[in-house]
Design a protein around this ligand. Sequence first.
Ligand code: ADE
Length: 246
Amino acid sequence: MNYHVLTLFPEMIMQALGTSIIGRALEKESISLEAIDIREYTTNKHKKVDDTPYGGGAGMVMQAQPIYDAYQDLERKIGFRPRVIYLTPQGKVFHQGMAQEFAKEQDLVFLCGHYEGIDERVLEEIVTDYVSIGDYVLTGGELPAMVLIDAISRLVPGVLKNEESAQFESFHDNLLEYPQYSRPEEWMGKKVPSVLLSGHHANIEAWRREKSLQRTYERRPDLLESAALSEKDKKFLDNLRNNTCK
Ligand code: ADE
């Protein structure tokens, strides 16, 4: 997976993603990352990349020319028309399914806006996906781009140490993850559930499934509508519902 981030703050991207698991993946070359400074493409002699909005109003608008030229240079380099994700609160709200879909691409381009937005004409020309990370407004698209890069990268083969671990966790089957425990067996008077110490794999699996179902029911019941549930799961949830209604 090759990421290309079009931004006015390239150092913000490179610094934040250079550490931890993503940093290690970059070193191992499971993924690659370049931050392209939009300002380097401006034809304005003062290096200006924004101007006031036509029709009036507050703030500044990022101009089309430097963004388009930066994109064209990139497209030429990649050799095909890549998916271009524009981070905006007006986009589709990001979820795990979208991360899985984006993880299939060979190259992904992220366009980060600032100020009051970007000239609509260049968006029409290059953007393929409008993506939001939630219903709140941030000062720019860099943090959302990094959120997407993090979520997508951990699905790219070779990025996580144990490739299996991306599959059995929160949002697998649209269920939340079961609770986890480690040493010691007792902490502050709280004991680790005995089934986890039993060594009985089938019982442990069954317990974990029930905890996942219970947790999702309590914390994110909206997820259950699209969860993959067996008849046994459904019975367990019916029981939970009956007990909580009493
Ligand atoms: N840019 C500003 N706010 C944003 C948000 N919530 N999601 C994506 N991009 C943004």
